[in-house]
Structures are given as structure tokens and as C-alpha cells.
Unconditional design. Structure first.
Length: 200
């Protein structure tokens, strides 16, 4: 049998004048069954294409997590196509809120591939002094190290010195560097230099 395109073109030409004079019944039935088969094949292709579109849209949106406790708030966005995670933290994190936050970060990281990029906005974070917070930071950093994160960009203008010291120490332990910038625009510029775009 000829390929679908040429087969349909031949049928179209055969019946172009709208007359079936001179055609045998068996031939007409055969053409009808052929057309039904081609329609069914097209319907399967359309269904698969629609499914693929849904998958691509879901991948483009990535995964989002938002949470809050009495004293802390956070937002996490994973961009699968860009292989990037954006994290924003605000307020005062105690051990419990740090645990909730870190678990949500890990769930979003699970959707990303190795060599991902990380943007952390902690300009509105407050000092807590709870040393147990370090455990949850270390848990996230170890996962980033396992993912062989390409780059960690921290928006950290005017953050508490103790928070910066703790983060720097834990990242250093895992062999990861942090690049500090002053604003989201500065972070975006870094990615645009490599033809990436940070979208939040």
C-alpha cells in the first residue's frame, strides 16, 4: 500500500468529480475502509499530540510550593525546561518551619535533572539563632551536591551575618560555591548572559 499522503491524494483524485460511475462496489467499499483506517490513525495521532502538549505545558510550569508558619513564609518554583529552582524565604525560621521548608525544596528538586541551577532570595529573612536550622540547610545542600548543581545564586543584600556565615560554611563543606548578587535583576542578567531567562 502506498503511504498515507499519496494514498489519500489518489482517492481524492478518483472521486474529485463526485461520480462513482464505472467503479465496482468492492472497489468503493475498499476505499471506504481505507479512509476509515486513515481517519482512525489520524485520531490517534491527534490524541497523542494533545497528550504531548499537556506534558510540555506541565513541564514548562514546573512545580510550585508555597508555605508559611506563624513567623516564616516561603515560595519555591521549579522550572523543568530551564532545569532551575527559585527559592524565596522571608521571616524567622525555627527548626519546625525549616523542616517543612526543606522537605518542600527537596520535593521540587526531585523534578529537576542533574546540573541544575539554584536562585535563593533571602533578603527578607530574619535571624533566629536556632542551631538546629543548620541540619535542614545541610540536608538541602547535600542534595544539591548530589545533583551536581551548576550554580547557586544568592540574592542576599542586607541579610543577617549569622545566616550568611552558616550558609557559607555548609556550602563550603559540600564543595559548592555561592555567587552573591544584590537583586533579582542581577540574577536574571547572569542567566541571560548564557541565553537563559529567569522567570518568577
Amino acid at each position: 500500500m502506498t503511504d498515507m499522503g499519496s494514498g489519500l491524494a489518489e482517492l481524492a483524485e478518483k472521486y474529485r468529480e463526485g461520480s462513482i460511475g464505472g467503479l465496482e462496489e468492492d472497489e468503493i467499499l475498499s476505499d471506504i475502509f481505507y479512509l476509515i483506517g486513515e481517519v482512525e490513525a489520524k485520531e490517534r495521532e491527534i490524541a497523542m499530540a494533545r497528550l504531548r502538549i499537556k506534558e510540555l505545558r506541565r513541564a514548562k510550569r514546573g512545580m510550585n510550593r508555597v508555605g508559611r508558619t506563624r513567623t516564616a513564609m516561603w515560595a519555591i518554583r521549579g522550572f523543568i525546561l530551564e532545569n532551575r529552582i527559585y527559592v524565596k524565604m522571608a521571616g524567622e525560621f525555627d527548626c519546625q518551619s525549616s523542616k517543612q521548608f526543606s522537605n518542600q525544596v527537596l520535593s521540587v528538586l526531585d523534578t529537576l535533572a542533574p546540573h541544575c541551577e539554584v536562585v535563593v532570595d533571602i533578603r527578607q529573612i530574619k535571624e533566629n539563632g536556632d542551631k538546629k536550622n543548620a541540619f535542614h540547610v545541610r540536608k538541602m545542600v547535600c542534595t544539591l551536591a548530589q545533583l551536581k548543581v551548576t550554580r547557586v545564586v544568592r540574592i542576599s543584600e542586607k541579610i543577617p551575618k549569622a545566616v550568611k556565615k552558616m550558609m557559607d560554611s555548609i556550602f563550603s563543606e559540600s564543595g559548592l560555591d555561592i555567587l552573591d548578587v544584590g537583586s533579582l535583576e542581577d540574577a536574571s542578567t547572569l542567566f541571560k548572559q548564557e541565553k537563559h531567562h529567569l522567570r518568577v
